[in-house]
Design a protein around this ligand. Structure first.
Ligand code: SF4
Length: 298
């Protein structure tokens, strides 16, 4: 087996394992995405945007090195179509296509939905949307694997159509070095952005204000979310000593939040004068701190 074939099958293998291992997938319903098992909110979009940008530039930029390099080496459709063609003589291509069709359709859905929920939704009809996508994808992929195969490249695939736009006639060495540098820079920027993006979220919200004589009690909810999919996080809350201290919150104990979980803690602050309370919420595992300032008045 030559190197090109090997790479093709590696890409096919990655296609099947990436969403199930949370290496990269969107959880549209949950408002999150996963990057190398790290769960990040859509409010932290930089790693996601850089990943999409890198993939787009990779697909387009590879043509600078050799015409149809992406199609011949990386495209999973091409790898699978060639394998099915090789199975035609033994009349195994159609049975294999029948098995592969729902597997590929479900894996594609798993890039955009939590796989267990999607499976449940499809099997028990609890998610009409997932079921509809699954049926449409099965019909599309079924025709692709059963019949169209390489005809899809010539007649349907937009990348196949637009190849000539991306492929310069005579790419110079400078152009190739420029594209390779751009891809490398994007890969580095994406990795740095993903690693430096916090996997924890802290939300702070006032829920009530109760007046008793000259004092006022403010009640707050502090939402602590651990987006790390594999490790528990410990949050500590430190209040500045020269201001009102929280009521109903033990600041000496760290608050443990399990992988992918959210905990809401409620506490109160009481004051009889205008005062600013400063506190910070720190994470033990990640080593980050988020400061908060609250102004209380009577
Ligand atoms: S034309 Fe499209 S489907 Fe065909 S090998 Fe290229 S990228 Fe893949």
């Amino acid at each position: 087996m030559n190197l090109r074939k090997n790479i093709g099958w590696w890409i096919v293998g990655l296609f099947f394992i990436v969403p199930y291992l949370n290496l990269f997938r969107l959880d549209i319903q949950g408002g999150h995405y996963y990057w190398m098992t790290k769960r990040l909110s859509f409010d932290q979009p930089l790693p996601l945007l850089l990943t999409i940008l890198l993939l787009v530039f990779l697909v387009i930029g590879l043509s600078t090195f050799r015409a149809r390099l992406f199609c011949s080496t990386l495209c999973p459709h091409n790898t699978v179509s060639k394998a099915l063609r090789a199975l035609e003589k033994r009349r195994l291509d159609k049975p294999v296509a029948v098995v592969l069709t729902p597997l590929i359709a479900f894996t594609l859905i798993s890039y955009f939905d939590e796989p267990r929920l999607a499976l449940h939704g499809i099997l028990y009809g609890q998610s009409p949307m997932a079921l509809a996508f699954f049926v449409v994808l099965c019909l599309f992929l079924g025709s692709l694997l059963w019949k169209l195969r390489s005809k899809f490249c010539q007649n349907v695939c937009p990348y196949g159509f637009l190849q000539h736009l991306f492929t310069p006639d005579n790419p110079t060495r400078v152009a190739k070095i420029g594209v390779a540098t751009l891809l490398l820079l994007l890969a580095v920027a994406m990795t740095v952005a993903a690693l430096s993006t916090s996997a924890s979220e802290v939300s702070f919200k006032q829920v009530s204000r109760v007046e008793t004589g000259s004092t006022i009690t403010y009640v707050y909810n502090l939402g602590l979310t651990n987006n790390n999919a594999t490790t528990a996080e410990h949050f500590t809350i430190k209040f500045a000593p020269d201001a009102p201290q929280p009521i109903g919150l033990d600041v000496h104990d760290a608050i443990e939040v399990g992988p992918g979980a959210t905990k809401v803690v409620t506490f109160a602050l009481r004051t009889a004068r205008l005062v600013t309370v400063q506190f910070e919420v720190c994470t033990e595992h990640e080593g980050t701190c988020k400061p908060f300032n609250v102004t209380l008045s009577n």
